[in-house]
Design a protein around this ligand. Structure first.
Ligand SMILES: Cc1cc2nc3c(=O)[nH]c(=O)nc-3n(C[C@H](O)[C@H](O)[C@H](O)COP(=O)(O)O)c2cc1C
Length: 174
């Protein structure tokens, strides 16, 4: 076991590099958050997503303000959270900007539909949640978007794509 010691205490807390070194050990579900319609769609890969409440059904997503999808979600007041399946690493890489595609070009080659809000729904995602934006909190470089879940769908036979220590994983059976 490797224990990374905390640096000498600074009054304003831990430095961001040390924080990232800790957080990369938190295995997480990989999602694609998407908004918009027609050729004005935008989306990004995100792991900072969590259930907020089941009554009412609400979800939260932490999104950097400079991301292309940020202002689209704020303006349209709708977005989808698409939890990726283990066979969708390519989708994750595309929406993380790793292949250079921006804006609507990120959506090409994958099958998309809509449910209630009109936000793009990734048809073969492990699970998709269609959301109406009901609240937003800004914190330095990021916003926390809170979505009321209007509709959703899932693939019962699929397994999740996970992100852990800077790489993609699947559950690998048990
Ligand atoms: C595994 C993984 C998880 C990510 N999680 C988030 C996240 O939760 N929130 C966020 O704002 N960016 C996250 N990112 C970064 C964005 O996907 C990336 O910066 C994307 O290019 C932003 O879209 P843009 O090119 O329109 O700015 C993550 C990237 C990866 C590879």
């Amino acid at each position: 076991m490797t224990i990374v010691p905390k640096k000498a205490a600074a009054s304003d807390g831990m430095d961001s590099g040390h924080y990232r070194a800790l957080m990369r050990h938190q295995a997480g579900a990989v999602t694609v958050i998407a908004a918009g319609s027609g050729d004005a769609r935008a989306g990004l890969t995100a792991t900072a997503v969590a259930s907020l409440s089941d009554n009412p059904p609400t979800i939260l997503a932490c999104i950097q303000q400079k991301a292309g999808a940020h202002d689209r979600i704020a303006a349209l007041k709708s977005f989808s959270v698409n939890v990726l399946a283990s066979d969708q690493q390519q989708v994750a890489e595309r929406f993380a900007g790793r292949q250079g595609a921006m804006g609507d070009a990120r959506f090409e080659g994958f099958e998309w539909g809509t449910l209630k809000s009109g936000a793009p729904i990734l048809v073969r995602a492990l699970a998709s949640l269609d959301c109406e934006l009901i609240d937003r909190h800004e914190f330095t470089t990021h916003s926390i978007f809170i979505g009321r879940v209007l509709a959703g769908q899932f693939r019962a036979e699929a397994q999740p794509l996970l992100y852990f220590r800077g790489d993609y994983w699947d559950l690998g059976g048990r």
